[in-house]
Design a protein around this ligand. Structure first.
Ligand SMILES: Nc1nc2c(ncn2[C@@H]2O[C@H](COP(=O)(O)OP(=O)(O)OP(=O)(O)O)[C@@H](O)[C@H]2O)c(=O)[nH]1
Length: 876
């Protein structure tokens, strides 16, 4: 499921990235209306990314501490405890003493009484207060060890880095599921004839003394609490059936935790049942695969719970046979004989007394069948079936008192089995603690060495990595803002307007395009005649006035805003590619989109307002002498640059044709045709004069470029002429006049863009506010002292990144392989240290328990006579 989600996420991000690319082109393309619709789509997409992550950053940062443990484990280990660790649980290493327990909500032994089902109607709690309290302590110790076992599982799979568990093995239909369900008190295991158990189920039972609700959790799936056990059964069935039949079984365990006041703390692993004969429709290697899977789990130090049915001879028990191979002295196997009610009591008793394979931990006989009436009533619901089973079971054993009564010394009943399982697990885990601690120390030494040598002991967390990356990026952005201000904006806008002026000049004065080779008509507006034209010639007046109107009505607001925003976006892209974010596709996209969205929003308002600012120029333009002189100088440079471009374009055409001579020939032919010296037959479409039509096409371009270069040279001379030194001769020097107008427009635009676009994009409050635009009423400018500027780019980054969930931050940091390795080492080291700390707390708890137990014994001994010593030692 996670895999599928990750792939979908990746595809989405890629899609967003592609969209971002399109948008950058569209929005900043020449003032096209279509751009805005694309931009809208993109903006919604960007919102989407962040819309998914609503958690507050501050909260997340404060509460996330390494090592990051699964939430259920954090709950169990938390100092304030959860429902699951109330009562006898308590903070690490600080479990309540029996006396604390007695005075607490739960009385001494109350937790274990419910867990052992001693409060069931049929069973009486006959334990002394002291024994009951010790049982509670033992269960709490077991819980702590199970927690440590779970912690170790998060460190990573290693045979030596674990604590033992109880492994349940048995043939199919031996009653394995019934035993587990009797312990849990609910039907929750997959049922069906189609080999439904295909994966190991790591079942952790957590006693929750003060809670009423019973529920399950699949920690790896994040489905939350499931109170309906039918739902748990369905989920388990689905997870098992997801293993293809051809694969038979999988050794990837399903983790299930069940929380209930009626279960003891236990860690059990349920495995697929052994099969005797492979069915005709089953893969032939099924039998071997199941056996191999079970073999893997029944290795030391795990406890083996070998289930055998009473109606099958023990000599034929596959579970016992497998167990004997790995535990020949029968030291860590508990034999469970199910279906005791199906055989004569004497036969059942003989099985429990088995001498052929004697077990140190003994055999327990059980009757785990759910009585019929109960089955129909409860089996499909969530009601607890434990007491029905116990009643039925007790009734059976009570019916044969001479065989199973107290005098027999046989162990029977699920209640006894529960107690035994917990006692054995506690002892086995306890015995393994030293070896496991040693293995952890060794692992920790290796991790610490790697941390020192490879990473120079430099701490790192996903959170700190993100924070550092963000700080560095914001710093580089700040540096950029200091180098990109009004001067730079002016340069960009002026360059753009220079190009617009050139376009207008070409359109109105220079362009002599020709589509065919027919001789041109005589020109009425030959530029060559301009210097000597009549000052009152309407033609030249009209040309300049129309050009000026085109320039001022061009949509300067949108054009200037777009080119500047475009440049800002390009600079952000450059900053990203030189930052740590460059290796993080998700962050790259997020930052680009944040910038795009803000710039787009700012652009709309800014361009409209700028248009209003330049409005007066649409009606009247007054030029000062110095403005004219500056325009003359500038256009001179612009025309020269254009001439260079023209000449280099001619060169490219020459190369395309294959040499100067060839181009000269075709150009000469075209000139002759156009001057009427050569008359073409037809329209020359299929070629003419020995030249192909494509060569003639290229020749036409070359002639055009040559003529353009001639005009530019001529106009350069005109601009430099005396005539053009004076602004009153503006009709003779349109280039200078238009340049001066463009310059005026630029001055308004740069001032406005600096105040409205740059300031809002860069800062919340500008240190020294820019002077307001001369054309704006003072109140129409947004108050600069307003701290809540939603357009500020760095602030939006904070908002975006700080709303990421811890999982997303982790995912982000792990995108970079180097960071991933570093994080893994840090995490491993911290987890190991954490486990060791927990183990130390446990050791202290154990020691305290031993002390209190021995004190209890002393009290008892002293109570036999020496009252004064008891008083002196403060034992009353
Ligand atoms: N009479 C009687 N029937 C029992 C007892 N325990 C289990 N059964 C029945 O035996 C059958 C098999 O029991 P399960 O618990 O499903 O056995 P299993 O070993 O889990 O079987 P698989 O899931 O096929 O591996 C079921 O019909 C149970 O009702 C018992 O103590 N007495």
């Amino acid at each position: 499921m996670f895999g599928a989600a990750a792939i979908a996420g990746l595809a989405y991000i890629q899609y967003q990235a592609a969209q971002a690319g399109n948008y950058a082109i569209d929005l900043f393309g020449r003032a096209k209306d279509t751009a805005s619709s694309t931009a809208n789509t993109l903006f919604e997409g960007a919102g989407d990314i962040y819309g998914r992550t609503k958690n507050g950053w501050e909260k997340t940062r404060d509460s996330v501490e390494l090592p990051q443990l699964p939430s259920w484990l954090q709950n169990l280990l938390s100092k304030d405890g959860s429902s699951s660790s109330n009562g006898s649980g308590g903070p690490s290493g600080q479990g309540p003493t029996p006396s604390e327990n007695r005075s607490g909500v739960v009385g001494a032994g109350a937790a274990t009484a419910a867990a052992f089902r001693l409060d069931a109607e049929s069973e009486e709690d006959t334990r002394s207060e002291e024994t009951a309290a010790r049982d509670d302590q033992m269960m709490m110790l077991t819980r702590k060890m199970i927690e440590i076992r779970s912690l170790l599982q998060t460190v990573g799979q290693s045979d030596s880095l674990t604590l033992p568990s109880i492994v349940v093995v048995g043939s199919q239909s031996s009653g394995k599921s019934s035993v587990l369900e009797a312990i849990v008190g609910h039907e929750f295991l997959p049922k069906g004839s189609n080999m439904v158990t295909r994966r190991p189920i790591e079942l952790t039972l957590v006693n929750t003394p003060n809670a009423h609700a019973e529920y399950g959790e699949f920690p790896a799936l994040g489905l939350g609490k499931i109170t309906d056990f039918v739902q748990i059964q369905k989920t388990l069935t689905d997870l098992n059936l997801a293993v293809p039949e051809a694969d038979c079984v999988s050794d990837d365990p399903i983790q299930l935790r069940i929380y209930s006041p009626n279960v003891p703390d236990l860690s059990l692993i349920d495995l697929p049942g052994y099969i005797q004969v492979t069915g005709y429709d089953q893969p032939t290697e099924l039998k071997e695969k199941i056996a191999a899977l079970c073999d893997k789990y029944i290795q030391a130090p795990n406890v083996i719970l070998a289930i055998s049915a009473a109606d099958v001879d023990l000599a034929n028990s596959t579970a016992l046979r497998a167990s004997r191979l790995v535990d020949s002295r029968g030291e860590r196997t508990i034999g469970v004989v199910t279906k005791m009610d199906l055989v004569e009591p004497e036969r059942g008793a003989a099985m429990l007394n088995d001498r052929k394979y004697p077990l140190r931990l003994g055999y327990v006989g059980v009757v785990c069948r759910v009585p019929h009436q109960t089955s129909s009533l409860f089996s499909r619901g969530s009601a607890n079936i434990a007491s029905a089973i116990t009643k039925n079971e007790n009734a059976y054993f009570a019916a044969h008192p001479s065989t199973f009564g107290p005098a027999s010394s046989l162990q029977v009943g699920t209640i006894n089995l529960r107690k035994k399982l917990m006692l054995v697990l506690e002892q086995t885990m306890s015995a393994s603690l030293a070896t496991t601690a040693e293995a952890i120390h060794q692992e920790l030494a290796e991790a610490s060495y790697e941390f020192k040598v490879q990473y120079n002991d430099r701490p790192l967390s996903a959170d700190s990595y993100l924070a550092e990356s963000l700080d560095a990026f914001k710093h580089s952005f700040k540096v950029f803002t200091e180098s990109f201000g009004r001067t730079e904006v002016r340069e960009i806008v002026k360059h753009e307007l220079d190009q617009q002026v050139l376009n207008l000049l070409a359109q109105r004065y220079w362009n002599k395009p020709f589509d065919d080779l027919t001789p041109p008509l005589p020109e009425t507006d030959a530029l060559i005649d301009l210097p000597k034209a009549d000052p009152e010639n309407v033609l030249w007046h009209l040309k300049l006035d129309a050009s000026t109107a085109s320039l001022t009505k061009l949509g300067i607001g949108r054009l200037a805003t777009t080119v500047v925003a475009n440049q800002l976006q390009a600079q952000i892209d450059r900053l990203i590619s030189t930052s740590t974010f460059s290796t993080h596709p998700f962050a790259r996209t997020a930052i680009t989109q944040a910038a795009t969205a803000i710039l787009r929003n700012l652009s709309y308002d800014t361009s409209d307002e700028l248009e209003i600012c330049i409005k007066p120029y649409k009606y009247r333009i007054e030029l000062e002498d110095n403005e004219w002189a500056r325009g003359r100088e500038n256009i001179n440079a612009v025309l020269k640059a254009e001439l260079r471009d023209c000449e280099s374009a001619v060169k490219s055409v020459e190369e395309a044709v294959g040499g100067k001579k060839r181009l000269r020939d075709v150009m000469g032919f075209i000139d002759r045709v156009r001057s009427g010296d050569v008359v073409l037959e037809g329209d020359g479409v299929g070629g003419a004069g020995g030249f192909s039509s494509s060569l003639l096409g290229i020749g036409r371009q070359a002639v055009f470029l040559r003529d353009r270069a001639d005009i530019l040279r001529m106009r350069l001379l005109a601009v430099k002429s005396k005539q053009c030194a004076n602004k009153k001769n503006k009709y003779y020097c349109p280039e200078i006049f238009l340049d001066a107008v463009a310059d005026k427009l630029t001055s308004t635009a740069d001032l406005f863009l600096d105040a409205e676009l740059l300031s809002k994009f860069y800062y919340n409050v500008r240190a020294t506010p820019s002077p307001p635009s001369p054309f704006l009423h003072p109140t129409s400018l947004p108050p600069l002292a307003n701290n809540k500027n939603p357009h500020q780019f760095p602030r939006s980054l904070d908002t975006h990144f700080r709303s990421l969930t811890p999982g997303e931050i982790e995912q982000f940091a792990r995108e970079d392989p180097k960071v991933r390795r570093h994080l893994d080492v840090v995490r491993r080291k911290e987890l190991l240290e954490h486990v060791l700390k927990e183990m130390e707390a446990l050791r202290q708890l154990e020691a305290r328990e031993k002390r209190s137990a021995s004190r209890g014994t002393q009290t008892k001994t002293l109570g036999d006579g020496d009252g004064s010593r008891k008083r002196r030692w403060g034992l009353f």
